[in-house]
Write a protein that binds this ligand. Structure first.
Ligand code: IMP
Ligand code: MG
Length: 182
């Protein structure tokens, strides 16, 4: 693939990701047995993780999506979040599990949790594929399910982008700094 040349190293291979996603799917299935589970995918970054994850969950569940954009430049979010697409249905009384690609400063999820909590779900928990824990600014955001804790590097692939590119790479790779530093 043409975009491969922009990748410095492969951080997580397809197989590593697959194995971990299957494990998380089993954890979720156990934890939410008998509950009214609603998986909320955060677009666009979580779409690949989301679609793999739902196929590893073997209890009844529903899906919905939200699209948010955080103001900022392409590698740093500002903490000011705008809802571009809201959920289709009310979440009152539901057990909501938010599915996000990456937890970085925590501003995006902090804002989302506030918005969704105000709608009175029965519970609300967080599942992230990647956790860049060293970058956390909102300290009380702690994911309930985490795929991988990673070092502070800008990564793309498996849904994650830089300038809308690289989402289709099947692995998570570190982007060459020369791509965004000029
Ligand atoms: P936060 O608000 O700083 O936690 O930012 C979270 C959002 O920033 C994610 O949903 C991503 O869209 C984006 N982001 C943060 N780090 C990366 C990265 O390494 N690669 C691609 N997107 C990232
Ligand atoms: Mg992005």
């Amino acid at each position: 693939m043409e975009e491969r040349k922009d990748i410095e190293t492969i951080m997580l291979t397809e197989r590593q990701i697959h194995n971990r996603v299957v494990q998380i799917g089993h954890e979720i299935s156990k934890k939410y047995k008998g509950k009214d589970l609603l998986l909320v995918g955060i677009l666009k970054g979580a779409f690949v993780f989301f679609s793999d994850l739902v196929r590893s969950i073997d209890i009844p569940m529903a899906v919905d999506f939200m699209a948010v954009s955080s103001y900022g430049n392409e590698t740093e979010s500002s903490g000011i979040v705008r809802i571009m697409k809201d959920l289709d249905d009310p979440i009152e009384g539901k057990d909501v599990l938010i599915i996000e690609d990456i937890l970085d400063t925590g501003h995006t999820l902090n804002y989302l949790l506030k918005v969704l909590n105000a709608r009175k779900p029965a519970s609300i928990k967080l599942c992230v594929l990647l956790d860049k824990f060293e970058r956390r600014e909102v300290m009380d955001i702690v994911p309930d399910f985490t795929g991988f804790k990673i070092e502070n590097e800008f990564v793309v692939g498996y849904g994650l982008d830089y300038g809308e590119k690289y989402r289709n790479l099947p692995y998570v790779g570190v982007l060459k700094p020369s791509i965004y530093e000029d």
